[in-house]
Design a protein around this ligand. Structure first.
Ligand code: 5CA
Length: 441
């Protein structure tokens, strides 16, 4: 993609309304624009990151055995009356009346709708287990939307729903999602800490929040460093191996991890040796719940068990804040110059900087490098504009692509280009071919 043609309306000034780094940087890098309070439009750079995160979430849900569907954003009030949540949800629910005076709502979550779909179609334990998920916009009329996409009113969420014949099977489903979450966040370059949590309006008595570490996070976290040291990606997780999956869950849940609300300094000191005590800040990016028959009973999701009697199914729900993660990752990974994208979610892998667009030789070399990278399947943003080098460097640092490939007339005379790693700041001069080999690897 040529930057001269790319729609990336960067801002030089720091927007006054943005209180935290990710909000400031997302506005300055031209990733999003506010449409109204807590509601955002996603511009190309932001949209590419959102889709990368969504795809990692999708791949890990699929790998864990969940099946993707798509439910609507607008729901009928009827099902929510059956579960009792139409009144409970209060002002946080955006209520809409259609032209026939029917009461509708913009879904804040989908337990009712998915349970109804299940109830209409599944009648026997033989069709279990099932786990269905979708990735869809939600609306919650938060009292105080703030911090940009981190606490929006409209936000993008992955929500999965598991259906099982009994509690033991339900726990297996919960464990699979627990481990899938650890892996999902690790793939995005994040350290996620699962913590026992309250269930709030979703309900149930078993629940974990997943908190990623970021110095600017909303919650204070206290945990055993063993949680942070566990190598999830290297552990060779096989989702079909229920025993191994349960073992990983047990390992995490047996170690101390609390947010400030539940932290107990005396217990922390008693349970975790000093060298292993970790204190920091974090952001909630996922929340999983097991709530048994809370929705299956009122909505009639019953199946015939092996002995022929009907039982309500055991359910859980599993949320990941996909749009919140865009801000969360920036909070976890930035410096004074801008964003530092982990490679897996970066909008482009390489920023190709033409230091002298008015020079025909340099421009020809950049065009050739651009073509070769594209042919090798490398996503590249080519700054082909006739602008000052200083401005190009500053913008490339701001948007945080993992690699910068800097091409200028002087280097080309000596047969070299410069490769800069955004995260470490390390720069290296090397031949064009060597640079291409490095980036295509
Ligand atoms: N039905 C359950 C699980 S599917 C549920 O809705 N859980 S939740 O309320 O905890 O939301 C799941 C995730 O969505 C949260 O962990 C958070 O990452 C994200 N989220 C919740 N509210 C917002 C919001 N206002 N803005 C951005 N992300 C949000």
């Amino acid at each position: 993609m040529r930057l001269s043609q790319f729609f990336m309306p960067t801002l030089k000034e720091t927007p006054a309304e943005a209180q935290i780094a990710s909000h400031r940087l997302m506005l300055r890098a031209g990733m999003v624009r506010q449409a109204s309070a807590g509601i955002y439009s996603w511009l190309p750079l932001g949209f590419r990151v959102l889709k990368k995160i969504e795809q990692i979430v999708r791949e890990e849900q699929d790998a864990a055995g969940a099946q993707e569907i798509l439910m609507p954003t607008i729901q009928s009030a009827d099902l929510w009356r059956k579960s009792g949540r139409y009144d409970d949800y209060g002002k946080e629910m955006l209520r809409i009346t259609d032209r026939h005076e029917r009461e509708m709502l913009f879904g804040p979550t989908n337990e009712e709708l998915i349970t109804d779909i299940f109830a209409q179609s599944v009648k026997s334990y033989k069709d279990l287990p099932k786990n269905l998920y979708h990735i869809q916009w939600k609306f919650r009329d938060e009292v105080r939307p703030r911090f940009g996409v981190m606490r929006g009113r409209e936000f993008y969420m992955k929500d999965a729903y598991s259906f099982d014949i009994d509690m033991a099977a339900g726990r297996v489903a919960y464990n699979k999602m627990f481990v899938a979450y650890l892996k999902t966040y690790a793939r995005m370059g994040l350290k996620a800490i699962p913590m026992e949590a309250d269930t709030g309006p979703i309900g149930g008595n078993l629940s974990h929040e997943f908190i990623i570490l970021a110095d600017t996070g909303e919650s204070q976290v206290f945990c055993d460093r063993e949680i942070l040291d566990f190598d999830v990606l290297g552990s060779g997780i096989d989702y079909a191996d229920d025993v191994k999956v349960a073992g990983i869950v047990d390992h995490f849940t047996s170690l101390y991890a609390r947010t400030d609300e539940k932290h107990d300094a005396a217990a922390f000191a008693a349970k975790v040796p000093e060298a292993r005590r970790y204190e920091g800040r974090g952001i909630e990016v996922g929340h999983i719940f097991f709530f048994g028959t809370k929705y299956s009973e009122p909505l009639g999701a019953v199946v015939a068990g092996p002995d022929g009697t009907n039982v309500p199914v055991q359910m859980g729900s599993y949320g990941i804040g996909v749009s919140r993660l865009v801000g969360g990752i920036i909070e976890a990974s930035h410096d004074e110059n801008g964003i530092i994208w982990p490679e897996a979610v970066a909008p482009f892998k390489v920023g190709l900087i033409n230091l002298k667009a008015s020079d025909a030789k340099t421009t020809a070399a950049c065009d050739q490098i651009h073509g070769k990278l594209r042919n090798a399947g490398v996503e590249v943003l080519h700054d082909d504009r006739d602008e000052r080098a200083g401005q190009k460097f500053a913008e490339m640092d701001l948007i945080g692509l993992p690699w910068q490939l800097i091409v200028g007339p002087r280097g080309l005379e000596n047969g070299v280009v410069e490769l800069k790693n955004r995260a470490s700041g390390e720069r290296q001069e090397l031949s064009v071919d060597a640079a291409l080999t490095r980036l295509a690897g």
